[in-house]
Design a protein around this ligand. Structure first.
Ligand code: GLA
Length: 363
């Protein structure tokens, strides 16, 4: 089954999350904090190579309803997963606790405490419209919302980059995924209307407007489960590091096409590096195509990105290739897998008003 990831009603989510809190904890929630999932238009597997990305926020969010409680105990409970996440702020917060989803929130609260933000004891109920395991950063949305909860309770706020780094650290150290910074930055800074051009070397960013009167980006879930923890993601990160080391550059951001022949003896590393070097160039070309309203070229860049992820980076799956292909057949100017890969979602670019009403049977 494939389905369009349609916008969800934020107000409904708010009501549902408050209701869930009430049913679980027997009192009213004091406040609700939300954070969005993201999709990436182009710039895949470039963030941990100090490169460029171009994500946007989804109109789908993770919400946490919260009420403080006496003492130093914290309890997270969720509509989406079994098992409560319980710990004390006075004891060391450790990774790899049960249930496993709790690692994200444990990691964030631990990071906040070491940054000097103490929330005091609280109860929290988590609900979400971001499909889990679909490559839309449900984990970053959970981390960023959890950080927002601690900020609110501690009466202090973190700068966007500090908050993103803290959430990224939770993912690295508690969940064991060596991700880049795109997902967390996108969840904090991106909007649903604009693209976020982020330079992952100096973490500078700017919004890039995509005129809705001209084009529309559609996100489609392949409903193939993807799991970044399975080792393939970490392997790509390692291969990129190794390629940069062999090329004598700080990171693949600094490598050029001409240099790639030096990796001829290491075909896998060469393919990975070629993807990163060309994908970075494609992001900048995409921003240029948007500036000049060259939608045909933007579509071509999306297609090229997909081919590169399939052939050079080897993170696609035949079903994802078919999905991107059927989106093109349905009239998309370009389509590609989005996110880490091995399943998850595709993004497709349509001229405004040109998308067939029903993209897939049964929709
Ligand atoms: C995952 C990671 C991101 C990024 C993408 C691939 O979503 O969490 O940091 O590396 O894969 O672009």
């Amino acid at each position: 089954m494939t389905r369009i990831v349609a916008p969800a009603d934020t107000q409904l989510l708010d009501v549902r999350t408050r209701r869930g809190f009430g049913a679980r904890f027997g009192r009213a929630a004091e406040f609700v904090i939300t954070a969005p999932g993201r999709a990436n238009l182009i710039g895949e597997h470039t963030d941990y190579n100090d490169g460029y990305v171009l994500p946007f926020a989804l109109a789908r969010r993770t919400a946490i309803a919260v009420s403080p409680r006496e003492g130093r105990a914290v309890c997270f409970s969720s509509a989406l997963a079994r098992g409560d996440v319980e710990f004390s702020l006075d004891e060391p917060i450790v990774p790899r606790g049960e249930p496993a989803w709790g690692d994200y929130v444990r990691g964030v609260v631990a990071g906040c405490l070491s940054a000097g933000l103490d929330p005091g004891g609280f109860d929290a109920w988590v609900d979400s419209d971001v499909p889990v395991g679909a490559g839309l950063s449900s984990s970053a949305a959970l981390e960023v919302a959890a950080a927002g909860v601690v900020e609110r309770l501690a009466g202090a706020s973190l700068a966007p980059l500090a908050k993103a780094r803290l959430c990224q650290r939770a993912e690295h150290e508690f969940a064991g995924v060596p991700c880049g910074i795109m997902d967390q930055m996108a969840s904090i800074l991106a909007t649903t209307d604009d693209l976020l051009l982020l330079d992952c070397r100096d973490n500078s960013w700017r919004q890039v407007a995509l005129p809705g009167s001209e084009v529309e980006v559609v996100v489609v879930d392949s409903e193939l489960p993807h799991d970044l923890g399975q080792g393939e993601f970490a392997l790509r990160v390692e291969q990129c590091r190794e390629a940069a080391r062999r090329l004598g550059v700080r990171s693949l951001r600094d490598a050029t096409r001409e240099q790639l022949s030096a990796l001829a003896g290491y075909p896998v590393l060469q393919r990975r590096a070629q993807h990163v070097v060309e994908e970075n160039a494609r992001v900048l070309a995409a921003v240029d195509a948007i500036r000049t309203n060259d939608w045909t070229h933007l579509g071509v860049l999306l297609d090229e990105s997909h081919q590169s992820l399939r052939d050079l980076y080897e993170v696609s799956r035949p079903e994802m290739d078919d999905l991107a292909g059927s989106l093109r057949c349905a009239g998309a100017l370009g389509a590609r897998m989005t996110g880490g890969g091995f399943g998850g979602c595709a993004v497709a670019l349509f001229r405004a008003g040109s998308r067939p009403e029903r993209l897939f049977s049964g929709e």
